[in-house]
Design a protein around this ligand. Structure first.
Ligand SMILES: *Cc1c(COP(=O)(O)O)cnc(C)c1O
Length: 386
């Protein structure tokens, strides 16, 4: 099956299962309270899955709005004809206001100078630019401090070129059950929204839940949820496992470009960190490297799946290729390991037969989280949508 979908010009690819993506999106949409909107987070090229194709699939499955991280990511969607609301989850450089207005891309705002520049650019174009007010309720990343939110709105609201379409905050510990810091952030957010309303200021759409928040804290869905990692079928934390069922969307595969039976003692790869220990060991090469998101820290410490069986990656992972070893044990008659051949499909992430390597397994080996694993594979590998 996987053999047919290989790109013609490169024997390695990211496989994106759009029907799984749609099912995950629908599962989240159904989990929201009635009337709550769903903002699908497609920053970093939809977490490595390719933003444009994912946005269109998510929209058919119930997405209302989309969030990106940078102006460039917003432009990519607009250029591809995406017409639904797009929010940038940061306040971009002030020099970008014209581009935001021309392309109807909403920024987050926390500084008056930026808001007024946005208003000027919009007014000059005869438009009204929408923005979302972002509040730093405790993550200490970006946003206006809760005590300054009303004042900020009062400073900028006179401008007829801007309109506050939303008010948001972001949780640092939404995945931790019964967490005091989470409760504190939520409390500060509620109070800020109330203060805005008491001052006669319309907060627009109120939103704060990310994936773990949406799953574990349905009581703070407010008007909208911002769902990211879950849409791609990955659990944001141990604590959400079993609460919502999700299907992984990304597989990473390559095809064997060469196979040899080296002599005993032959070194493999830069630094020769692996040496062939005995006879009847095949060394096979796959054109995926650290420039494709396969971290070099995994060298000599990860498996791949070939013909339904796990094999050990060996030698240092190169920029564009890696090698793996196959112990072709000809004496084991019950379950002999077949020889690997040029062109065989190698699975780095995903399922092959009864075996599966998850982004979580790779994240554990790397000492990171599944988010970073899938983002990395989005860097250079061609994407194949199935
Ligand atoms: C990335 C991000 C999200 C989505 O987070 P997930 O954990 O992937 O759901 C939501 N809101 C903000 C502000 C973000 O930066």
């Amino acid at each position: 099956m996987a053999k047919k979908i290989c790109p013609d010009d490169r024997w390695s690819w990211v496989e994106v299962d759009l029907s799984a993506l749609r099912r995950n999106t629908t599962a989240f949409k159904r989990s929201l309270a009635r009337g709550v909107r769903m903002m699908c987070v497609v920053k970093a090229g939809a977490y490595g899955h390719g933003a444009v194709r994912c946005v269109n699939a998510m929209h058919t499955a119930g997405a209302d709005q989309f969030a990106v991280a940078t102006v460039e990511e917003g432009l990519e969607l607009r250029r591809a004809g995406v017409q639904w609301p797009i929010l940038i989850l940061s306040q971009p450089p002030i020099e970008s206001v014209q581009t935001l207005v021309e392309n109807d891309i909403m920024p987050c705002v926390y500084e008056p100078d930026f808001a007024l520049a946005l208003g000027e650019a919009a007014a000059a174009a005869g438009r009204v630019a929408k923005y979302h007010l972002i509040v730093d309720t405790g993550m200490t990343r970006i946003g206006v401090m809760p005590a300054d939110a009303v004042e900020l709105r009062r400073t900028i609201d006179f401008h007829r070129g801007i309109e506050c379409a939303g008010t948001l905050t972001h949780f640092a510990t939404a995945d931790v059950p019964d967490d005091w810091d989470f409760a504190l952030q939520l409390n500060r957010f509620r109070n800020t929204v109330s203060a805005l309303r008491d001052a006669g200021l319309n907060p627009g759409l109120v939103h704060c839940d990310n994936t773990p928040g949406t799953v574990l804290h349905p009581e703070c869905q407010f008007d909208m949820c911002r769902v990211g990692i879950g849409l791609y079928g990955l659990q944001p934390a141990e604590t959400t496992v079993g609460v919502i069922d999700l299907e992984p969307v990304m597989s990473v595969r390559g095809r064997v470009t060469r196979v040899v039976y080296p002599e005993v003692g032959a070194g493999v790869g830069y630094g020769m960190t692996y040496r062939v220990p005995k006879r009847n060991v095949q060394i096979a090469t796959v054109p995926i490297g650290y420039a494709d998101g396969l971290s070099r820290t995994l060298s000599n410490n990860m498996d791949v799946i070939v013909n339904g069986q796990r094999q050990r990656q060996v030698g240092n992972i190169c920029m564009d290729q890696f090698m793996f070893a196959v112990d072709v044990n000809t004496t084991r008659t019950y379950c002999p390991t077949p020889e690997v051949r040029e062109g065989d499909v190698v699975t780095v992430i995903g399922a092959d037969g009864d075996e599966r390597i998850t982004a979580d397994e790779m994240a554990r080996l790397r000492g990171t989280i599944n988010y970073e694993v899938v983002c990395g594979f989005g860097m250079r590998l061609p994407k194949v949508y199935v």
